[in-house]
Design a protein around this ligand. Sequence first.
Ligand code: NAP
Ligand code: 8YV
Length: 321
Amino acid sequence: MTDTRATILVPGRIHPRVLERLQDRFEILNVPVGEYPDLSAEDAARVRGIAVSGSVSEAWMERLPALEIIANFGVGYDGVDAGAAARRGIIVTNTPDVLNDEVADTTIALLLNTLREFYTAERYLRDGRWVSEGPYRLTPLSLRGRHVGLYGLGRIGLEIAKRLEPFKVKISYHTRSPRSGIDYAHHDSLEALAEAVDTLICIVPKTPETFKAIDAKILKALGPNGVLINVGRGWSVDEEALVAALNEGTIAAAGLDVFQDEPTVPQSLLDAPNTSLLPHVASASVPTRNAMADLVADNIIGWFDRRQVLTPVPETPVVGA
Ligand code: NAP
Ligand code: 8YV
């Protein structure tokens, strides 16, 4: 029997389909993002679920005594304190798999655009320069003959690797544990991977271990023909070191979908040469975002219908199911 009219809190904005799916069955309370939930004690006591695209700290959990589930919009759930949720018996869910293909497609597009300058070439045409100045320049960089290293070979990393195979590039990777049943060369450290390859794709989660993991040393190891693509989190790249590496020719180019302090992108990065910069759009198509929204809603509905969720995060395996 559906546990209807349970109260679900939505901090800030979330994909409208999440609200459409939930509003008939639950009481929805929308509150501003902030240090604590801006709610009366009476309202706070009713909240049993959170649907979020952003962050939920332990301070929020502390003030919501009846909270049972936090459903995160996004596979990366670094905004939610899942450790604190686990200690408090609160389930956290995320949106894995439904976005793998979209993010992998975007990664290939970003890689090709970074190498072959399609955006700049199109602007050249639209500005009438093909007519006035002749053909666009030959791009110094190409995918031909590249050795691509994946930093992360999880659900999305593997889809990126599969898409790279028909491009006839060599593929290697670094993860903490080698992935079984995979023929690509595994490197025990990110530095060893960066030494071996000339193209590095970052698709690891935001964790204490991955903070600024791609630093000056890794960029130097990548070398002057090196290309960095980041579709994981901005957290994993030392942006100051990257700007220096681009300006000094330590690496050749970078394609970034994610940044340290989104939506702010430092002017020094905007001004750096040979970059392709996207506003965190890797999963941002209508079909894929709808699928993510459905998974958020289905996790909440599953919990209040049957005490079961589809995609709990590893820190909070479903207890009491
Ligand atoms: P996943 O299946 O959990 O894969 C994560 C991969 O990273 C695994 O291969 C894991 O291998 C590796 N990894 C984790 N910590 C590591 C470390 N310290 N050193 C080396 N490798 C490490 O996750 P996913 O679904 O592929 O998603 C990955 C991340 O992509 C998300 O967490 C999110 O931050 C980001 N993302 C970004 C967008 C976007 O819009 N740009 C969209 C979706 C996802 P080991 O555990 O063996 O180390
Ligand atoms: C979304 C993402 O842009 O799933 C993730 O981890 O980074 C993206 O798919 C983000 O979650 C939207 O809030």
